[in-house]
Every structure is written in structure tokens, then in C-alpha cells.
Design a protein around this ligand. Structure first.
Ligand code: PLP
Ligand code: LYS
Length: 381
């Protein structure tokens, strides 16, 4: 990061900085580890910057979208509609119409009612929509409860019981082509054993379907692989080898059946940082508040999920001090870290908030009428 500092000095902070060499390294690691021919759809919600999407598309990945606008962004960035999947519990009629018009690869359907609506809209258009049904496998992902999605009480997908009940209904839906099952148990999953549990559940449900004479050409196991927020520079690339191997060793695919993934955070998380400057230091008897010019509107994750992103001070001083690093927004949750030991930092010094490549810019907002932080890219410095 220090190498780029000279180029930063004139830039207005806060801003996002993407080290594209980390992105390239990550993409190559995915391609190398995926020696099984699995289909990867990048979860565009993690980061939709054109410069990042271009590299991901060139790697041959498709996109996983959660809105009509995300589909549009994917198509505008030259992803092929035949590699687009659409998830989301609340797809609007307009989004469904648009997705059908674009001939996307598959809808990941989250309720029986949604299935009926897609069938109705497809019928009116004289088209047939490819559909995968999202199953809520009732598996604990062992991650923050706000980003767990496959537990029984979550709003996502349908239960196994509902699926078996719906099989007859689906047969009568003339404009639905039922192509597969979809699962996604949550995000920032560091315990790969959770994916093994998922694979076992997927096998179980698949066996029951086969027993009823239903063999589907596609399975989609979502995303969720976590990144090392504590040691981003030591571990910039997640363990894709073990991740794919876990599915290869535990998931029993039917002959010719395709396995799909929807990776977001693990692809782009570590290549991005939020760069900020220290504005003020308030020295207290117990705590020193280091007030920086980046806030929760620039990076919501700490305020929303109590997420810890590594904060690095580039002050260059040798003496260390303890700081609560806080943003300027009028909320107490606008805090990037408490009691952090950092080199003594003064007004004007740069701070780097690491691992902000995923769910950073896509969740930034203008709360307090603040300006949106701009992105910059390593290859331009
Ligand atoms: C359905 C679905 N697929 C894929 C993803 C991407 O997840 P991650 O960024 O954890 O890989 C998400 C987000 O959690 C999701 O909701
Ligand atoms: N936005 C979340 C993860 C949820 C992903 C979407 N299901 C994060 O920042 O960690």
C-alpha cells in the first residue's frame, strides 16, 4: 500500500482503492482450484464496478443477480444472459418480465407463489422460464445471524417438505422448465465443515427426488466462502482448493449433472480498501478517539454486523497508542474499531481500512448528505 502512497497524496479522502493484482491472483486461484468444471456465477451484489466486472467476465464466470438492475448491469458489462441467475425473495413482476425477456439462464425461485407468478408471466409472453427452486436446508452456517440465510427461521427459499408437496403443481405449470435446486446457507463462512454439512443435505434431498423419478440437470450451492478479515495481507486469497474439494468429495452428482456456485465476497473482498485521513484526535483519560473522514455511510459493515476490518495507520511513527477509530457520522455505531493499538496518528495521516472490496461500495450511501467515496485502481498509479 505504501508503494501507492505517493500517488494518493492529492486525492480527496475517503476513497476506495482496488489492488487489481490481488483480484487477478484470486481469480487465477479460483480457476486453478476449480479443476472439476464447476460453473461459477459471481455474486454481483458484492461489487459491481465495471473495471472489476471486466476481469471477472474475462475469467469466464457468469453472474448471480438479485434485482432487475443487477441483471442490466451484468448485461451492460458484457456477461451473457445465458450465464445469469436471478435470486431474491421479492422479485417484482417488472423484474420477472425483464429477466424473461433477456432469456436468463435461471430464476432461483424462493416461494411457490413466486413460481406461479413466473409461470403466469411466461405464459403471457409465450415463453418458457428456466427455474431452480431454492431450498432452505435448515443448516446453521456458523456466521453472524444477519448474514445466515439457510437456517429454518430465515425468509429464504422453501422447506424440503414444501418442495415435495410442490412437485405435482410444478408439472402442471406449462411455462416453467424446472432445471435444478438452489441452496445458499449464508456468507462469511470460515468453517468449511459447514459446506460439507450442506453437501450431505443436498445428497439426501437429491436421493429422495430420484426415488420419485425426478432427476434435475443442475444443482447450485450458492456462495458464502469467507475471507480473513484479521490477516488480509497474510491471506489475501481464500482457500479455494479445500472449498471446491469439499464439494467434490462430498456431493454426489448425478451423471451429467452440473454444479453451480455463486461466489461474491471471496472473489473481491481482499482486493479493496477504504482509504481515509485522520481528521482529529481527541485524547481522553480512558480512550483516545481517532476521528477519521470515512464513516459508516462509506463502509456499513462494522455498524451493521459489528464486523471488524483491519485498520492500518500509515503515519510511519514508531510509538504506538491505543485508539477508538470512529467516523464523522452522527451515530455511535459509526465505529471502525475500539482499543486498537496503532502507530501514533495525527491529523492528515492516512488510514487504510482493509478487506473492503466486497459489500463496501455496493452498500455505500449518502447518509448525513455525505459524498459518495470514489473508486481508484492500482493500475492507474
Ligand atoms: C443467494 C446468494 N448467493 C450468493 C451470495 C454471495 O455470497 P458470498 O458473498 O458470501 O459469497 C449471496 C450473499 O450472501 C446470496 O444471498
Ligand atoms: N452484505 C453482507 C453479506 C450479505 C450478503 C448477501 N446475502 C456483508 O457485508 O457481509
Amino acid at each position: 500500500m505504501k508503494d501507492f502512497l505517493a500517488g494518493f497524496s492529492n486525492l480527496e479522502t475517503p476513497f476506495y482503492f482496488y489492488d487489481l493484482s490481488i483480484l487477478d491472483e484470486t481469480i487465477s486461484a479460483i480457476r486453478q482450484a476449480n479443476r472439476y468444471g464447476y460453473h461459477i456465477h459471481y455474486a454481483l451484489k458484492a461489487n459491481n464496478n465495471p473495471r472489476i466486472l471486466e476481469r471477472i467476465r474475462k475469467a469466464g464466470f457468469g453472474v448471480d443477480c438479485v434485482s432487475g438492475n443487477e441483471i442490466r448491469i451484468g448485461l451492460e458489462n458484457d456477461f451473457d444472459a445465458s450465464h445469469v441467475v436471478l435470486a431474491g425473495v421479492g422479485k417484482t413482476d417488472k423484474e420477472i418480465q425483464y429477466a424473461i425477456d433477456q432469456n436468463i439462464f435461471s430464476f432461483n425461485v424462493e416461494s411457490i407463489q413466486e413460481l406461479e407468478v413466473i409461470n403466469e408471466i411466461a405464459t403471457k409472453k409465450g415463453k418458457v422460464a428456466n427455474v431452480s427452486i431454492r431450498i432452505n436446508p435448515a443448516i446453521d452456517a456458523g456466521t453472524h445471524h444477519y448474514i445466515t440465510t439457510g437456517a429454518k427461521e430465515n425468509k429464504f427459499g422453501i422447506s424440503e417438505d414444501e418442495l415435495f408437496g410442490a412437485l405435482v403443481q410444478i408439472q402442471a405449470m406449462t411455462n416453467i422448465h424446472f432445471i435444478g435446486l438452489h441452496y445458499h446457507i449464508g456468507s462469511q463462512i470460515m468453517d468449511l465443515g459447514r459446506f460439507k454439512n450442506l453437501a450431505v443435505r443436498v445428497n439426501d434431498i437429491q436421493q429422495k427426488l430420484v426415488a420419485k423419478g425426478v432427476e434435475l440437470p443442475h444443482l447450485n450451492v450458492g456462495g458464502g466462502l469467507g475471507i480473513d478479515y484479521e490477516n488480509p495481507d497474510e491471506n489475501p486469497v481464500p482457500d479455494f482448493e479445500t472449498y471446491f474439494k469439499t464439494f467434490h468429495e462430498n456431493l454426489e452428482l448425478l451423471p451429467g449433472q452440473e454444479l453451480h456456485f455463486e461466489l461474491g465476497r471471496s472473489v473481491v473482498g481482499q482486493c479493496g480498501s477504504l482509504i481515509s485521513r485522520a481528521l482529529y484526535v481527541k485524547e481522553g483519560s480512558d480512550t483516545n478517539f481517532l476521528i477519521i473522514d470515512a464513516g459508516m455511510n462509506d463502509l456499513m459493515r462494522p455498524a451493521l454486523y459489528q464486523a471488524q476490518h483491519k485498520v492500518i495507520s500509515l503515519s510511519g511513527r514508531s510509538e504506538e497508542k491505543k485508539y477508538d477509530v470512529v467516523g464523522p457520522v452522527c451515530e455511535s455505531s459509526d465505529t471502525f474499531g475500539k482499543g486498537l493499538m496503532l502507530p501514533e496518528t495525527k491529523r492528515g495521516d492516512f488510514l487504510v481500512i482493509r478487506s473492503a472490496g466486497a459489500y463496501g461500495e455496493t452498500m455505500k450511501n449518502t447518509y448525513n448528505a455525505r459524498e459518495l467515496a470514489k473508486p481508484y485502481y492500482s493500475e492507474d498509479f
